[in-house]
Design a protein around this ligand. Structure first.
Ligand code: 5GP
Length: 208
């Protein structure tokens, strides 16, 4: 497979409970030209999560060693846990014809912008309102009360950075398909951005 456009890095952020993980999962099912970068984390594995699928789960010491070795393209400390995108993971995806999809927070986006510059397309996913987010986080029930409060506090900080993102998807209750479609539309539009189209004039004139 050879692309007619130059590749880009799709960054998707959103508070815990915004539904971003499900949206990304559904988006990837129908888009095999994107590959999700699997992050490393020191947080505990939630029920149903799988090593090497959701995250690579490592200890704090291992993570700090990796930071020292310069193994990460970007990393952040969120809710007392480390999260990071390894260079190895990005290299693996870049060797394919696929575009990289990063599910990272605002700190990650700002650092990734230093690395990938113009190649970044960023999307922020959020529920329609804070009440819906609180409800979803409560339903998840995988966090302690302390973790829950930390996550709610983090939402305020993340929302204050919303203008750093190119797109916002409002993930309405019971309308996940609409949100997946919005992400698909963003990806498709970005593929035909003039600056990304390769040799468009040559192709039009058939090499004449
Ligand atoms: P969760 O614990 O709910 O899976 O993720 C918590 C937060 O960490 C989310 O905002 C998620 O996007 C972010 N995150 C996950 N992986 C990474 C990463 O590799 N780098 C950064 N900067 N943030 C990440």
């Amino acid at each position: 497979m050879s692309n007619d456009y130059s590749k880009f890095v799709l960054v998707v952020s959103g508070p815990s409970g915004s539904g971003k993980t499900s949206i990304i999962k559904n988006f990837l099912k129908e888009n095999n030209d994107f590959e999700l970068s699997i992050s490393h984390t020191t947080r505990h594995k939630r029920e149903g999560e799988i090593e090497g699928v959701n995250y690579y789960y490592i200890s704090k010491d291992e993570f700090e060693n990796k930071i020292k070795n310069g193994d990460f393209i970007e990393w952040a400390k969120i809710y007392d846990n480390y999260y990071g995108t390894s260079k190895k993971e990005i290299d693996r995806i870049l060797k394919t014809e696929k575009n990289v999809l990063l599910e990272i927070n605002i700190d990650g986006l700002l650092n990734a912008k230093n690395v990938f510059k113009e190649e970044i397309v960023s999307v922020f996913i959020i529920t329609e309102n804070i009440d819906e987010l609180v409800k979803r986080l409560r339903e998840r029930n995988s966090e302690s009360e302390e973790d829950f409060l930390k996550r709610i506090k983090e939402v305020e900080r993340e929302i204050s950075y919303i203008n750093f993102y190119d797109y916002v998807i409002l993930n309405k209750k019971g309308k996940i398909e609409e949100s997946v479609k919005a992400l698909r539309n963003i990806a498709e539009a970005e593929k035909i951005r003039t600056k990304r189209l390769k040799n468009i004039k040559d192709r039009f004139f058939g090499g004449r």
